[in-house]
Design a protein around this ligand. Sequence first.
Ligand code: UAG
Ligand code: ATP
Ligand code: API
Ligand code: MG
Length: 487
Amino acid sequence: MILSEIIKNSNCKVIQGTIDKEIQAIQHHSGKIEKDTLFVAISGYQRDGHDFIGQVITDGATAVVVEKSIDLNLIPDDVSVLEVADTKLALAEMANLFYQKPTEKINVVGITGTNGKTSITQMLNDLYKTTGQKNAVFGTIANFIGEEKIPTVNTTPDALELARLMSEAVKMSCENCFMEVSSHALKMGRVHNMNFNYAIFTNLTEDHLDFHTDFEDYFTAKFQLFKMALKGCVVNNDNEYGRRIIEAMKSHKRCLSYGFSETAELRADQIEYHQWGSTFHLNWHEQCVPVKLNIPGKIYIYNLMACVGIMLLEGFELDAISKLVTKVKPVRGRLEQVSSDPARTVLLDYAHTPDALENVLQAIHEFSKGRIIIVFGCGGDRDRKKRPMMGEVAQRLSDLVILTSDNPRTEAPELIIKDVLEGMTLSDALFVEADRRKGIYKALELAGENDVVLIAGKGHEDYQVIGKTKIHFDDKEVVQDFFDGRK
Ligand SMILES: CC(=O)N[C@H]1[C@@H](OP(=O)(O)OP(=O)(O)OC[C@H]2O[C@@H](n3ccc(=O)[nH]c3=O)[C@H](O)[C@@H]2O)O[C@H](CO)[C@@H](O)[C@@H]1O[C@H](C)C(=O)N[C@@H](C)C(=O)N[C@H](CCC(=O)O)C(=O)O
Ligand SMILES: Nc1ncnc2c1ncn2[C@@H]1O[C@H](COP(=O)(O)OP(=O)(O)OP(=O)(O)O)[C@@H](O)[C@H]1O
Ligand SMILES: N[C@H](CCC[C@H](N)C(=O)O)C(=O)O
Ligand SMILES: [Mg+2]
């Protein structure tokens, strides 16, 4: 594509060279330069793309976009140099044009909130697949284009990767894209310039206050998505921040509220909880339908209502939707049953916030007949405030606690554990075992008949990050090793 076409929506100052030249690729990483690449220099948290300009030109970049002034004496004359106010936003604008505005050709549903995003994307995929539609799903576990699984680092990819993935999804005839939109992504411009048809809000509770200055900053980031949604929003009415979104949006666009309270437009009642899932009624205006969901816990009724809300806005009949719900499958690493021993239930769950832990433990209380034994830890280099809160919740809602490590990252595991202990009281029912494998073994050894062991925090993750190293570690395999008698 011609450079002038790529930059036409960005307010660029041409510092040097021509904009009438052919560009083959856009990149922001110096390690991925090909012939005739447009390199966008980004000032990051660790590195500065501007420091790599010399190298990318040697490797084949023929145009660079900067947000800082650079020494033009070091740049060959035939390399075009463009200046913008913010290269992160310019990257999103340029990638959108380079990949031919892919989000205008696919129905994009963005999901935001502290907990429930991954679950909702997967549930929406199950529901829409049943209607015969092909989907892309972008999120924490991986990015999926139909059945193709593409590994990912971030929950929401950067703007360049997103535009590329979206254009691939369009090429592969996906009709919908269900994507998680993290508050980091919203704040860092990763979804700038995208077309969202719908936005879903799940909840806003303690997390990421290492990145956001306070709750208002966290909320403001999330709120951006609702301003962007073109066709409508589906919002949790039982959460105070959800009610703020509903209030702010209702005079601007269709805003469907869901929840258990009487004021929600889509409402669940007559609930019966079981270990395999739950049954309930969904009420919408004058209609009421019975529903059977194969995932246990009240939180999944919330997640399902969010999905149903989207389908209602899209014109599906409530009765028809309720029949599709039997096709919704449990989500990998979310209340996933992994025990091969019929006497003991062992569950994996990705709960890594106080609210998730509270909800998941409450869900287990709804069906458990014995004791609840929890194994959990907190991630390093992340929000420290949530640690004692998670400790308090774990102790309050379970009978035995094994406090262990999650992903310590660059922090000392013992110090993370110390933070968690601030919210707990010492007791015979509390064990500390920093080695996660040993912690899981300890819980399984202690579990008797009818007991439920919950291994929380890592869900689908098949690694542990210790220092800067990622080692293979899979809670599910550790449980299997225990039952197979491996040390
Ligand atoms: C804090 C944060 O969000 N960091 C993200 C950011 O990295 P960064 O700013 O550190 O990047 P950097 O390494 O300084 O590089 C700056 C620039 O120099 C370039 N560079 C860098 C090195 C080099 O050799 N050559 C080069 O050209 C890079 O391509 C980049 O353009 O940009 C990267 C590329 O897009 C992201 O992968 C990275 O996410 C890191 C891995 C991360 O852990 N992010 C977390 C906090 C996050 O975003 N989490 C949310 C989910 C949270 C949740 O829902 O629970 C998410 O959406 O993933
Ligand atoms: N609607 C919900 N409300 C509260 N907690 C939930 C809800 N849905 C799921 N959870 C809990 O949160 C955990 C994470 O769920 P999920 O992965 O769907 O959330 P997420 O928003 O994608 O998280 P992340 O921000 O890490 O990507 C689950 O394992 C479960 O314990
Ligand atoms: N997206 C979340 C995942 C946390 C998962 C948990 N296992 C941890 O490492 O804290 C984060 O990066 O904060
Ligand atoms: Mg997720």
